[in-house]
Unconditional design. Structure first.
Lengths: 110, 460
C-alpha cells in the first residue's frame, strides 16, 4: 500500500466518524430531507465524470463520461431543488392572531 | 498550481457539506445550510473544470444540459407523495454515474496499459456496488411507482440462488486482483451484480421499502467511496462516507422501528404468503359509524391526535387532514399528529407530507413522545395506518409483528379509524384495534371521509 492510499484510508475513517456524529443528531422529522440532501451532495461524483467526459480518451470513455455527467447533474440539480423545496415547507406554529388569515392554504403554493 | 486550486476547492466543499449536515439537525437552520452546500458544490465543480486531463468541453456541456433538463422537473414537480420513488430513482442515477466512471477508468487503464492490483480492487468494488444499486433502485422505483407488483415475489431456493450469485461476483473480484487485465471477467462481474440487485429487491414487500431505500442509499455512498479510492479523490471518499453512513443509520433506525433484523427484512420475504396471517386475532365485530356521528365527537373533543399512515399518501389526503385539524382547533380542540418511524414508504415520509399540507412541524410528534399522550386524548383518528397501530404487536406472541414498537392508539379514550374497506393491511395481519369496543370504523376513501368530517365539524 502506498502512502497516498494510507492517507485515503485515514480520510475515509475520519469522514465516517464525523458523519456518524453529525447524522445521528438529525431528528426523524427531517429524515426525508436528509436523504434528499445526501443524494444531492453525492452528486459530487460529477467531478469524476467530468474528467472522463472531457479527457478525449476515445469514444467509449466519452460516451460513458457524458452519460455519467448527465446522471450526476440530474442528482445535483434535482437534489438541491427538492431539498430546498421540502425544507421550505417545515414551519413552526405561527402566533395566534395570524392563524385566521392562514387557513386559506396559501402557504403551500410554492 | 491548478492542482492546488482544485484541492482547496474540494476542501471548501467538504467543509460546507459537513456544515450542511450539521444544520440539518434543526428545521430552522437546515435550509440555509443546504444553500451553502449547493455553493460548495458549485465551487468544487468549477475548480474541477481546470483539471489537466480535461481537454474538451463539448460533451461535458451536452451531459450537463441533459442532466439539468432532467433534474429540474425531478426537483420542482414531483409531489411529496411520490418522494420514496423519486429518491429511489436518484439512487439509481448516482450509482449509474459511479458504475460508468468505473468502466471508463478501467478501459482507460487498459488502453494506457498501466493497471495496478489496488486500482483494480477499488474499481471492482465501485462497479460491483454501483451496478447492484442501479438495478436494485430501479426495482425499488418500479415497486413504489406500482409499475411492478408491490407484494414480495418469491421462488424456490431464492436465497441459495442469491448466495451463489454473490459468491460468483466475489470470485470475479478475486480473479481480477490476480489478473487485472481480464476485461471479460470485469464485464461478467457487472452483469452478475446487476442480476443480484434485481433479485435482492424482488422478495421485499412495499412496507419494508423504508429499509431497502435506506440501504440502497448506503450502497450508492460506498460506490462513491470506491470511486474516490480508484481515482485518488478525497472529496469523493468524504462524501461517499457521509452518504453511506447516513443510509446505514437510517436503515438501522427503520429496522429497529419494525423490531426486525436486517437479515429478516432482506431475506424474510415478509408477507409473501398467507401463512403469516394465521395468528388468531382477539375476535369480535367492528363497529361502523357515519361521518355525522364521528364529526360530532371530534367537534367537542378537547384533545385529538391524528395518526397518518401510508394510506394517507395513497389517497393524497394530507391537505384534507390538515383542514380537519384546523377546524377542530378553531373550535378549541388541541390537535397533534403522531408519526411512527416506518409509517409510509421511506424514513420521514409522513413528516414531509404533512409539512407540505401546512401542518407546523412542532405539531408533528415522534412515536416515543406522543405515546405518553394517548391516555389523555379524547379521540385518536387513524387514517390509512394499520400495522403501526396494531396492539397485537405488544400483546399477541403469535403475531408476526410481535415486538414491533407501535403507536399506543388503543390507550386513547376513543378511536376513530378511517379505512378504505374491511380488508387486512399489507402484512395480512388481523388488527385487534379495529374490533376494540372503543373503536369506531369509518369506511371509505380517506380523502372523501376527511372532507365529509370537515364539513360536518364545521356545521356541528
Amino acid at each position: 500500500m502506498t502512502a497516498m492510499q494510507t492517507i485515503q484510508l485515514f480520510v475515509f475513517l475520519l469522514a465516517g466518524f464525523v458523519g456518524f456524529q453529525t447524522i445521528s443528531r438529525i431528528p426523524p422529522l427531517l429524515h426525508t430531507p436528509l436523504m434528499a440532501a445526501t443524494n444531492a451532495i453525492s452528486g459530487i461524483s460529477l467531478v469524476a465524470s467530468l474528467v472522463l467526459a472531457g479527457s478525449a480518451a476515445g469514444m467509449l470513455a466519452t460516451v460513458l463520461g457524458t452519460i455519467a455527467v448527465a446522471c450526476a447533474v440530474t442528482n445535483i440539480v434535482g437534489g438541491f431543488l427538492i431539498t430546498d423545496r421540502m425544507l421550505a415547507m417545515f414551519k413552526r406554529t405561527e402566533p395566534a392572531e395570524s392563524k385566521l388569515a392562514d387557513t386559506t392554504g396559501a402557504s403551500h403554493h410554492d | 498550481m491548478t492542482e492546488t486550486v482544485i484541492q482547496v476547492a474540494y476542501l471548501i466543499a467538504a467543509f460546507l457539506f459537513i456544515t450542511a449536515l450539521r444544520a440539518l439537525g434543526r428545521p430552522d437552520s437546515a435550509r440555509r445550510g443546504m444553500q451553502l452546500a449547493a455553493f460548495g458544490m458549485a465551487v468544487a465543480v468549477a475548480a474541477t473544470l481546470l483539471h489537466a486531463r480535461i481537454v474538451t468541453y463539448e460533451w461535458i456541456a451536452i451531459g450537463a444540459v441533459l442532466g439539468a433538463a432532467a433534474g429540474y422537473p425531478l426537483g420542482m414537480w414531483v409531489p411529496m407523495t411520490a418522494m420514496p420513488q423519486r429518491i429511489a430513482l436518484s439512487h439509481a442515477f448516482g450509482a449509474l454515474a459511479a458504475t460508468l466512471v468505473g468502466v471508463g477508468e478501467y478501459s482507460h487503464d487498459l488502453a494506457v496499459g498501466a493497471i495496478t492490483r489496488t486500482h483494480v480492487l477499488a474499481l471492482s468494488f465501485e462497479v460491483l456496488l454501483g451496478s447492484l444499486t442501479v438495478t436494485g433502485s430501479a426495482m425499488a422505483f418500479g415497486k413504489l411507482q406500482e409499475i411492478l407488483p408491490g407484494r414480495p415475489v418469491t421462488f424456490p431456493y431464492q436465497n441459495i440462488v442469491n448466495l451463489v450469485l454473490v459468491a460468483a461476483g466475489v470470485g470475479c473480484l478475486a480473479w481480477l486482483i490476480a489478473y487485472p487485465i481480464d476485461a471479460r471477467v470485469f464485464v461478467s462481474m457487472i452483469v452478475i451484480a446487476a442480476v443480484v440487485g434485481v433479485l435482492f429487491v424482488l422478495p421485499i414487500g412495499g412496507a419494508d421499502m423504508p429499509v431497502v431505500v435506506s440501504l440502497l442509499n448506503s450502497y450508492a455512498g460506498l460506490a462513491a467511496v470506491a470511486t474516490g479510492f480508484a481515482i485518488d479523490n478525497n472529496i469523493l471518499i468524504i462524501v461517499g462516507a457521509l452518504d453511506g453512513l447516513s443510509g446505514l443509520i437510517l436503515s438501522l433506525a427503520m429496522s429497529k422501528a419494525m423490531n426486525r433484523s436486517f437479515a429478516n427484512v432482506l431475506f424474510g420475504a415478509f408477507g409473501a404468503d398467507g401463512s403469516v396471517a394465521s395468528a388468531e386475532a382477539a375476535g369480535g365485530e367492528m363497529s361502523e359509524t357515519n361521518s355525522e356521528n364521528a364529526a360530532l365527537r371530534l367537534a367537542y373533543a378537547e384533545r385529538v391526535i391524528m395518526v397518518p399512515g401510508y394510506g394517507l399518501a395513497v389517497s393524497q389526503a394530507q391537505h384534507q387532514m390538515r383542514e380537519l385539524g384546523e377546524l377542530i382547533q378553531k373550535r378549541g380542540g388541541e390537535v397533534r399528529y403522531a408519526i411512527h418511524p416506518v409509517a409510509g414508504r421511506m424514513p420521514g415520509h409522513m413528516n414531509v407530507l404533512l409539512a407540505e399540507a401546512g401542518v407546523p412541524y412542532d405539531k408533528l410528534i415522534d412515536m416515543d413522545e406522543i405515546n405518553e399522550r394517548f391516555a389523555e386524548t379524547d379521540v385518536a383518528v387513524v387514517v390509512g395506518a394499520n400495522d403501526v397501530v396494531n396492539p397485537a404487536a405488544q400483546t399477541n406472541r403469535a403475531s408476526p409483528i410481535f415486538g414491533m414498537p407501535i403507536l399506543k392508539v388503543a390507550d386513547a379514550k376513543s378511536v376513530l379509524v378511517l379505512k378504505r374497506g374491511r380488508g387486512k393491511g399489507f402484512s395480512g395481519v388481523d388488527n385487534d384495534l379495529f374490533v376494540d369496543p372503543k373503536t369506531s370504523m369509518l369506511f371509505g376513501d380517506a380523502r372523501e371521509s376527511l372532507l365529509d368530517l370537515g364539513a360536518e365539524v364545521k356545521s356541528a
